[in-house]
Write a protein of this length. Structure first.
Length: 183
């Protein structure tokens, strides 16, 4: 992220999220997620303490995978998160807070192979402010990159259980992995 438009500051956070998806007619779906940041760092001096995060997303499956033809989908999501900040050296138990919002437009293209594996490519454009309050001073920040490219895979283990992994080496970098169970 950038501070005051110029200074780059690394934000690293670990999080866990639970989400639910409702499939609608004609390839539409809605998803809601609620989770917690487990901790992390903001720059060289601040620790991001546990906090909360939530998101809502609408998605559309434009085309299902069929033979060599890939599936094509798009999504629009809004996410908000909050966590307390403290000095990394422990000199102050509570220094401030980080509040961030993100509006994200994405697309994915992928294939279904043998009914058990679905590799995909994904791209997202996003933006939103992050507000850092430290010792009474407030700074508005934003992401250095407003894009993300990733490659991922879903693995289907029976009718209800699936695993996924998503790696983003370009733009906003990150790794996500999870387990899904269909009720």
């Amino acid at each position: 992220m950038t501070l005051d438009g110029d200074e780059r500051t690394a934000l690293r956070q670990h999080a866990v999220t639970v989400s639910g998806t409702r499939l609608l007619d004609r390839g539409w779906s809605v998803r809601a997620a609620l989770g917690s940041t487990l901790g992390g760092t903001l720059g060289p001096d601040l620790e991001s303490l546990p906090g909360v995060q939530g998101a809502v997303q609408g998605a559309k499956l434009w085309r299902s995978a069929s033979g060599a033809a890939p599936f094509v989908s798009s999504s629009l999501a809004l996410a908000v998160g909050w966590s307390r900040l403290a000095e990394l050296d422990g000199s102050s138990p509570s220094t401030g807070s980080l509040t961030a919002a993100d509006l994200r437009l994405g697309t994915a293209v992928g294939w279904e192979i043998g009914g058990v594996w679905s590799p995909y490519l994904s791209a997202q454009l996003f933006g939103g402010p992050a507000i850092i309050e430290v010792d009474g001073a407030t700074t508005q920040t934003t992401d250095v990159h407003h894009y993300r490219a990733s490659v991922g895979s879903s693995f289907f283990l029976g009718d209800a259980l699936s695993l996924f992994v998503d790696v983003a080496p370009v733009g906003e970098r990150g790794v996500a992995a999870g387990v899904s169970y269909s009720l």
